[in-house]
Design a protein around this ligand. Structure first.
Ligand code: NAG
Ligand code: NAG
Ligand code: NAG
Ligand code: NAG
Ligand code: NAG
Ligand code: NAG
Ligand code: NAG
Ligand code: NAG
Length: 758
């Protein structure tokens, strides 16, 4: 103890006025305290107090104390008013003489400590009052405590002590620095270990991600008010405060409880150097944090999708709230960056919100990919919904080939589906068509006719593709169409299956007409059971194959436009039945076969090679007869065999004569055979192909030249003629014999001189 101080003490005792210092110095328990007061130079200040209470740690308390004892710590133990313990109340916050300027704001400058009372008696902060009410004078008391009171720590540190998980989360934001500032705050702190429990997994992932820092700050700012509100001093009733996030916090106090925004405060008034903490055992869910598609995609870990959408200026979809969209988001690692394009990205955004329950199998949804090749329409996304009959109830949904993972997520009015893999944009039409072997004939005809470029370049294409079977059914007509001479006709046929700037999906094909590329209209109907009929009888057997420039449907028949006239002559050219054509021309029947309802039996050139053509060409009569035997003046039959089961063949008169008929029969293999009625064994031909023509007739290609029966008298076949002649010869011979016999008798009588009796 310095000499001046001793002198001063002496002076004080002489003046009879007892001071705290006097009191302390007379008590052995406080020697450490006294020496600290002395070494920090606080003795004059203490002596100058006219009233006050000192919470005096005894020597043991200082021994236990680990921190540094400085002026501030000591000042924290003084109250500027003399108070006996019964003047305190439990839970009271008492202002000490310690002022940390600015820390608690202008309203509450002095640092406080908390008084509590329980079975063991009074305590201040963590220190127990072990000896009460040592009177110095009427305005000055000493209360002995067993510990040195440590100064309240800053709010940030205090948060760490109270909830380390919240602290760690705060530490990822700037909030933690804010709470360490020498400025006053009130913090409503949850004591739950799950501070984000009111957020779903996606939101919580987002908030904890680097993208969610701003919102996480807002989340914490919601629980902070920038002044100190001691619940201890809070009068009952409601008061509304504005939190740092700008939201309102309503603190309500009744005798029984205190709440903040209706959440009970379970522990109030945890002191901090720069404010106060009140504990709640719930968490907040600030409305000021609004989620949108962007944040949800971040939360769903689909950060690449967001990054790329920003990069390709599609960010307005992520941040807007005006329109509703459905987003399809593949996981980051499934994205192949080489496929990245604005088109591809916008193909993952669907117009309108489509929750699962509104999705149906085979549905087509409008993506936001507005395609030049589709005539500025939006490319569609095919949906398939499979209802699974299994213990895993529910259904599996696919967009294109991508499977939906988990359930839909809705955010605002938008919906997000996480999908297993990215979608692929509908590809080039030919690359798509070749995948279906059923289209191979069609593809071949496209190349033969050179319409292929036109089809590829058509914008907003609707294309009906007849199957191989459909071409097969056309028989000789197909052969004709692919013949080099019929290129223009083939082009017309193909163009008749396509329309430009007219996207017709299955759902559009209700009852409409389609203006085709052949400049002829197609009528399309859909009956109640959903079958689509195109033209007269062709049906759509598979629909909505999407391609980059339109949509393709599978068709059961080839459509022949009415403007396209196919004649029998055309078919003969198509099957290269050149000899037959030559003969028809030589005998002047070419015009006849192009008339209505004429069916031509067309022997192949090979069949003609088996007869002597040189002789035939010299025999005009026979040539004409052969030609006419091959022409049936009859309309085309769908079945050439009579339906009557007692007949396995039907007869048809030919142009040669009504008597020169051909019979057509069918063997067990379903092959057609043609005979000349009553003809010889060689006159039997196998039908190798059929083809109907526009004029109602058609061509039956055959493998043998039919030969007409040689006619004798009366137009009968020559054998019969022979029989008739022989018969006649015999009859005439007979008559002549009888006449001769009688004549001879008469002559004989005359010669012998007989006279007639009469
Ligand atoms: C003692 O208190 C008086 C008035 O309260 C003040 O003017 C004076 O400066 C004080 N002296 C010391 C040493 O604190
Ligand atoms: C101190 O208080 C007592 C009792 O309350 C009173 O009798 C006495 O006069 C007071 N002394 C002074 C100096 O105020
Ligand atoms: C996103 O990633 C985080 C960390 O890898 C993980 O905890 C979280 O479950 C993921 N969220 C989703 C929706 O996959
Ligand atoms: C978006 O969805 C909401 C809620 O379903 C609806 O009220 C609103 O009309 C929709 N907006 C648009 C542009 O479709
Ligand atoms: C990405 O796509 C390109 C082009 O289709 C392909 O060559 C490449 O192998 C793909 N990369 C991966 C990782 O799948
Ligand atoms: C189809 O359209 C035609 C003409 O537009 C109309 O007469 C007919 O009733 C319609 N049929 C159906 C089934 O809607
Ligand atoms: C169809 O008509 C348009 C305009 O009238 C014409 O340019 C086009 O060449 C025609 N197409 C065919 C295949 O005739
Ligand atoms: C619709 O057309 C298909 C094929 O022509 C036919 O099988 C079906 O019975 C039709 N349905 C109705 C309701 O007419």
């Amino acid at each position: 103890m310095k000499i001046q101080n001793l002198l001063f003490l002496l002076f004080i005792s002489i003046t009879q006025c007892q001071t705290i210092i006097d009191k302390l110095s007379k008590d052995e328990r406080f020697s450490t305290l006294l020496s600290h007061l002395d070494s920090t130079g606080l003795i004059p200040l203490v002596n100058n107090l006219t009233s006050g209470t000192l919470f005096a740690p005894d020597n043991d308390a200082f021994t236990k104390f680990e921190g540094e004892v400085d002026k501030k710590v000591l000042m924290y133990h003084f109250v500027n008013k003399g108070m006996t313990m019964d003047m305190f109340h439990h839970g009271q916050l008492k202002e000490s003489l310690l002022v940390l300027p600015g820390y608690l704001g202008p309203d509450h400058e002095a640092q406080r400590f908390k008084v509590s009372n329980n079975d063991k008696g009074w305590s201040v902060n963590q220190a127990r009052v072990v000896d009460e009410d040592i009177k110095v004078d009427n305005h000055t008391y000493i209360q002995v405590i067993d510990r040195v009171m440590t100064l309240p720590s800053l709010l940030g540190d205090s948060t760490k002590t109270n909830n380390e998980i919240v602290y760690d989360l705060m530490a990822t934001t700037e909030i933690i620095h804010l709470l360490q500032k020498k400025k006053p705050f009130t913090l409503f702190l949850t004591n739950l270990k799950t501070p984000l429990e009111k957020y779903n997994a996606i939101e919580s992932t987002y908030l904890q991600s680097e993208y969610g820092k701003q919102d996480l700050s807002t989340f914490f700012k919601y629980s902070i008010i920038d002044k100190v509100i001691y619940m201890d001093e809070f009068t009952s009733g409601k008061t509304t405060f504005k939190s740092l996030s700008g939201d309102s916090l309503v603190i309500a106090s009744t005798k029984k409880s205190m709440t903040v925004n209706d959440i009970p405060i379970v522990q109030s008034d945890i002191l901090a150097a720069n404010g106060i903490i009140h504990l709640i055992d719930e968490t907040f869910h600030p409305n000021s944090i609004e989620f949108n598609a962007r944040k949800y995609m971040y939360g769903a870990n689909s950060t690449y999708m967001v990054e790329y959408m920003d990069q390709y200026h599609l960010d307005q979809y992520l941040d807007q709230t005006e329109n509703n969209y459905t987003f399809l988001v593949p996981p980051n690692d499934a994205i192949n960056k080489t496929l990245l394009s604005k088109a591809w990205l916008s193909y993952h955004i669907i117009k309108d919100a489509w929750p699962q329950q509104n999705l149906n199998d085979n549905m087509l949804l409008d993506s936001q990919y507005q395609s030049y090749a589709l005539d500025q329409h939006y490319q569609k996304i095919p949906v398939s919904v499979e209802h699974e009959v299994s213990i895993y109830s529910g259904h599996s949904i696919q967009f294109g080939h991508a499977r939906v993972i988990g359930d839909e997520v809705s955010v605002g009015n938008d919906i997000i589906y996480q999908i297993s893999e990215p979608l692929s944009l509908p590809g080039d039409i030919l690359e798509k068509l070749v995948l279906d072997l059923d289209f191979s004939t069609f593809i071949a005809t496209l190349y033969v006719s050179q319409v292929v470029q036109e089809i590829k370049a058509t914008q907003g294409l609707t294309l009906f593709v007849p199957t191989n079977d459909a071409f097969q059914k056309l028989g000789l007509v197909t052969k004709y169409l692919v013949h080099p001479t019929a290129k223009a006709q083939l082009q017309t046929v193909l163009r008749y299956h396509a329309a430009a700037n007219s996207l017709l999906y299955y759902n559009d094909m209700k009852n409409i007409t389609m203006e085709t590329l052949a400049n002829e209209t197609l009528v399309i109907k859909q009956n109640e059971s959903g079958t689509v009929t195109v033209g007269d009888s062709a049906t759509v057997t598979a629909s909505d194959l999407l391609v980059s420039n339109g949509v393709v449907h599978k068709l059961s028949q080839v459509l022949i436009p009415s403007q396209l006239v196919i004649t029998n002559q055309n078919l003969l050219v198509g099957i290269e039945s050149n000899t037959m054509l030559q003969i028809l021309e030589r005998v002047g029947l070419l015009d006849v076969i192009n008339q209505e309802n004429i069916v031509v039996l067309a022997p192949s050139d090979k069949a003609f090679s088996r007869i002597n053509l040189d002789d035939l060409f010299l025999d005009a009569v026979q040539m004409e007869r052969i030609a006419k035997l091959h022409i049936i003046p009859r309309e085309w039959q769908d079945r050439w065999i009579a339906q009557n089961p007692s007949h396995d063949k039907s007869e048809y008169p030919t142009l040669l004569s009504d008597d020169d008929k051909v019979t057509i029969r069918e063997n067990e293999k379903g092959e057609l055979w043609i005979d000349v009625k009553n003809g010889g064994e060689n006159d039997r031909a196998h039908v190798t192909g059929l083809g109907r023509v526009s004029a109602g007739g058609g061509v039956l290609a055959i493998d043998t030249v039919l030969l007409p029966i040689r006619r004798g008298l009366f137009g009968l076949p020559w054998i019969w003629s022979l029989v008739v002649i022989l018969t006649l010869v015999i009859i005439i011979g007979g008559i002549l014999s009888i006449v001769g016999f009688f004549g001879y008798k008469i002559y004989n009588r005359r010669r012998l001189g007989y006279r007639p009796i009469f």
